[in-house]
Design a protein around this ligand. Structure first.
Ligand code: F6R
Length: 641
């Protein structure tokens, strides 16, 4: 297992990182390393004839660690007989068998798949009477102490820095207790619960002291949405505003993070400040844009002194004066801007992001959910159609879980009324409607009946068709893939299978595109974009030997949740105010995703607002760097085999 920081040479100790932090290329690699450490500890303790006392966490972060431990149990005979575990927290109130409970989570992710005795695992009780909570919390801590203390504590981190449910404001000497959850914590959990109002307001959590008393602490963080809080915890002051920063005071705590959660760390964001580095074109662009934005000066106005004062003197030494560097980077940025995303016919394309030939390209846009195309690249989509390319769009999943129940009822009722109005015979529609109505009325699980799911899928399909028509794509160029991995009816999806890759590969093979656009945004909360991309990547690898693939360029856009960094962008497509408005109307076609959606996440803005603000922010960045002042811009990065 190799951490990224094993690969990047680090000359001096990184003094401003106050917690040892290992950055891995992927959360999967990182999780394996953590699972190995835990397994080694369990075996060592077993060899000594001692119990291994583990502090365990829930949430999305440790899932891959648990999956690896289960694999080790099955395939390598790792035994959990000597493991005694104490979980960090549980919602309050919460029934242990509820699908939202951490009890159930732990059983499903770990306990039910290994040989840990049922009397060996402990979680705070979500059903305790209020008056017994304090006594319980005291006893929980005492029990851990009597067991010899936690040998190993596994942690995730909240977007607000919480560890366990020690929300900002928790003191370093806090003990196990009942706590009121932050709004941001509840908003982050709202997706899982199917709405903010269903998320409990309280939880029982181990205290900060309880966590700090563990002999070893490992904190996991995946994805860009954790990047800012990780930087604060690792490089900032110890503060109750970011409880994970308390781990700076622990002698044996390590952060294990993936490269996406690391993007804000100084050694990644401005590596020249840390060590001598290799100044290739990409790094020079990164440095000059960083400096320009830091000093709030257009690129062309940066001086030798600016570079020298900010740790980039060796760049000047190896690449000449600031004047040369500025011009070079300015031109690089200028050449990313194009109003011709499919290439400009009859124009010199030496410095353009796309080829001029063939003038009319076959374009295949993959949209993980039915609205990602218009949200993330609506302006570019429109230009490709307007500029006469043969544009196809493929909706990878049905997106049915994101439709509200009342929306499904409304549409079913419409069908019944429609049939009545036009005397369409048969009571099938009414029977279906009545059945769905009674199902929804008594619904007590997160999984819809097949009929309701199908209706929800149709609602989103209709919206996607309306958008494609609005943009001007002929009906026969609109493809619905309904990838099987997604169709579980729950947030939890099946792993990607060969059947998923096949539907994607078949379509690529049918269209034989010159350009593919795909979502390279791996930060969406349920991981669907990542799985959709994995399917495309596998399909591309499979099709690579085909001759048409030599002419196929792949452009990645980012979804509603994040944007590329400025130095990464290889194509920026500007939009006028009118084009922005048109894109907004295109997004409005997705009525089921408007006015408060099922999966709002921590961001309370509507999707069209997020898209507009993000596209405006990208345009502003270009302008801040000293380039032209556009209303909005969509950004792309090219993917290479
Ligand atoms: C869970 C817990 C929380 C989570 C944190 C991150 O037991 O105590 O601190 O670790 O909210 O959650 P994920 O991993 O879902 O981002």
């Amino acid at each position: 297992m190799q951490a990224v920081n094993d690969l990047v040479s680090i000359g001096q100790p990184i003094t401003y990182e106050k917690i040892p932090t290992h950055i891995y290329a992927s959360s999967k690699d990182a999780s394996k390393a953590v699972a190995i450490e835990i397994a080694d500890l369990i075996r060592k303790k077993a060899a000594e004839g001692k119990p291994c006392i583990l502090g365990l966490a829930t949430g999305s972060s440790p899932k891959t660690v648990y999956a690896e431990l289960v694999r080790m149990h099955r395939e390598e005979g790792l035994s959990f007989k000597n493991v005694v575990s104490y979980n960090l927290d549980e919602y309050y109130p919460m029934e242990p068998d509820s699908i939202y409970s951490y009890h159930r989570f732990m059983k499903e992710q770990l306990f039910d798949h290994v040989d840990i005795p049922t009397t060996h695992y402990h979680l705070p009780g979500g059903t305790l009477p209020a008056q017994r909570i304090q006594e319980f919390c005291k006893a929980y801590e005492q029990e851990i102490e009597e067991a010899g203390g936690l040998d190993f504590q596994l942690l995730g981190i909240g977007g607000n820095g919480h560890i366990g449910f020690n929300e900002p404001g928790s003191l370093i000497n806090s003990h196990t207790r009942l706590i009121t959850l932050d709004h941001s914590t509840r908003a982050a959990a709202a997706a899982e619960f199917g709405g903010l109002h269903k998320v409990p307001r309280k939880a029982i959590t181990m205290g900060v002291t309880t966590i700090l008393n563990a002999k070893r602490v490992v904190l996991l963080a995946w994805g860009e949405r954790k990047a800012a809080v990780i930087k604060g915890a690792v490089e900032g002051e110890v503060t109750e505003k970011n409880p994970a920063s308390y781990l700076q005071t622990h002698g044996n705590a390590t952060f294990i993070i993936d490269q996406h959660a690391a993007v804000e760390l100084t050694r990644i964001k401005s590596p020249w400040a840390v060590d001598a580095i290799e100044w290739d074109d990409q790094m020079i662009k990164k440095a000059a844009t960083f400096l320009s934005l830091l000093l709030k000066k257009p690129i062309l106005k940066l001086t030798d002194k600016d570079y020298n004062d900010n740790g980039m003197s060796d760049l000047l030494a190896s690449h000449g004066s600031s004047y040369d560097i500025n011009i070079k980077v300015f031109n690089q940025l200028q050449h990313t801007i194009t109003g011709w995303p499919g290439g400009k016919p009859n124009a010199d394309d030496t410095n353009r992001p796309e080829r001029k030939e063939p003038a009319r390209k076959r374009v295949l846009i993959f949209s993980p959910h039915p609205d990602d195309d218009i949200i993330s690249m609506g302006g570019t989509f429109q230009r490709l159609v307007d500029q006469g390319h043969d544009v196809h769009v493929a909706y990878q999943t049905s997106g049915n879980i994101a439709v509200a129940d009342d929306e499904a009822s409304r549409f079913m009722e419409f069908v019944v009324d429609y049939n009545n109005k036009f005397n369409i015979a048969g009571n099938d529609a009414l029977a279906l409607f009545e059945e769905a109505k009674s199902f929804l009325k008594n619904k007590d699980t997160e999984t819809d009946s097949p009929a309701v799911r199908a209706v929800k899928g149709l609602i989103r399909r209709g919206e996607a068709k309306a958008t494609a028509r609005f943009v001007g794509v002929p009906d026969e160029n609109v493809h619905f893939l309904d990838m099987p991995f997604y169709e579980t009816g729950t947030i939890q999806k099946k792993p990607l299978g060969p059947e998923d890759v096949e539907v994607v590969a078949n379509l690529i093979d049918q269209v034989k595109p010159h350009q593919i656009y795909a979502a390279g945004d791996f930060a969406d909360p349920h991981g669907t974009h990542k799985v959709c991309w994995d399917a495309i990547e596998a399909a591309l690898k499979k099709l690579k030997p085909k001759a048409y693939m030599n002419e196929c360029w792949v452009w990645l856009y980012r979804g509603a949740w994040a944007e590329w960094e400025i130095h990464e962008i290889e194509m920026a497509v500007p939009m006028s105010p009118d084009q922005v408005l048109k894109k907004r109307y295109g997004i409005f076609k997705h009525q089921s995703q408007k006015d408060g959606v099922v999966f709002q996440g921590e961001d309370s803005r509507e999707f069209w607002q997020r898209a507009e603000e993000r596209n405006a922010a990208t345009a502003k960045l270009y302008n801040d760097l000293g380039l032209a002042d556009y209303q909005a811009m969509e950004a792309f990065v090219r993917w290479h085999f």
